[in-house]
Design a protein around this ligand. Structure first.
Ligand SMILES: [Zn+2]
Length: 246
């Protein structure tokens, strides 16, 4: 991270749609910000691109889907998220980019959010770890799909659950990427970090299968403490904000 101060992420909005690759992707910091926003009365909905069926080495995919759906539901409950939807792209090998952009555009036209959240598509995480293929693919498809959703001549055949044509939606003010090496904004999580930690802890079976995984409390607090020096000394979650006009 650089030395410049991060700006406060604007909070004058009502609804956000988070679109991420896997169950648990929101729970590595972003959900602590989500808990703050739902406590403010905002609505945050989640759309997961896969069921995370390839995420537990010791468990067959069919069983993993069931276990992780319950864990993700509990993770959402911990941070005040009611709406949880899934697409059916394959975990680990998301590849149908045009279908994914269609799916993102359809979701944005249906939910009509003010803000979209996703994970960073950049090659590396702030800790130097190489980012995963699904995250890179989804991050770009979300940025592109938000633009597609606003263009009536792109994916103009998209329909809603009752067969109705979905109208374009150009009301997304910005897309915020979590886990970016180039953050621009941050959200203070002093009062919501506990909920964020609880949401990661909810992925019990998933975490139990990863023997290298740090304790959720230690991990989320260290993320927030790393951002603090660039955000007035308070624990915070950083985002790279794309598309904000200021
Ligand atoms: Zn993931």
């Amino acid at each position: 991270m650089g030395d410049e101060d991060l700006k406060p992420l604007p909070e004058d909005w009502d609804s956000a749609l988070a679109i991420v690759a896997h169950p648990d992707d929101m729970e590595y910091g972003a959900s602590a910000a989500v808990a703050r926003w739902t406590a403010q009365g905002k609505t945050v909905s989640y759309l997961l691109v896969t069921r995370g069926e390839a995420g537990i080495d010791t468990m067959p995919p069919e069983e993993t889907i069931r276990v992780r759906a319950a864990e993700q539901r509990a993770a959402c409950d911990a941070v005040g998220v009611t709406t949880l939807e899934y697409l059916e792209h394959p975990d680990g090998t998301i590849h149908d980019i045009m279908q994914l952009r269609r799916d993102v555009a359809a979701a944005v036209r249906r939910h009509r959010p003010d803000v979209v959240l996703t994970g960073s598509p950049r090659d590396f995480f702030p800790n130097g770890m190489y980012n995963m293929a699904d995250h890179r693919v989804v991050g770009y498809a979300v940025l592109d799909g938000v633009r597609d959703a606003a263009n009536r001549w792109v994916f103009s055949d998209l329909t809603g659950p009752d067969g109705e044509v979905l109208e374009p939606w150009d009301g997304v003010r910005f897309t915020a990427l979590s886990g970016s090496t180039e953050p621009s904004h941050a959200v203070e999580v002093t009062d919501s970090i506990e909920a964020g930690i609880a949401s990661l802890r909810a992925h019990q079976a998933y975490l139990a299968a990863l023997d290298w995984h740090p304790d959720p409390e230690q991990m989320i607090r260290s993320f927030a403490d790393e951002v603090a020096p660039r955000f007035g000394g308070v624990p915070a979650i950083a985002f790279e904000v794309i598309g904000l006009q200021d």
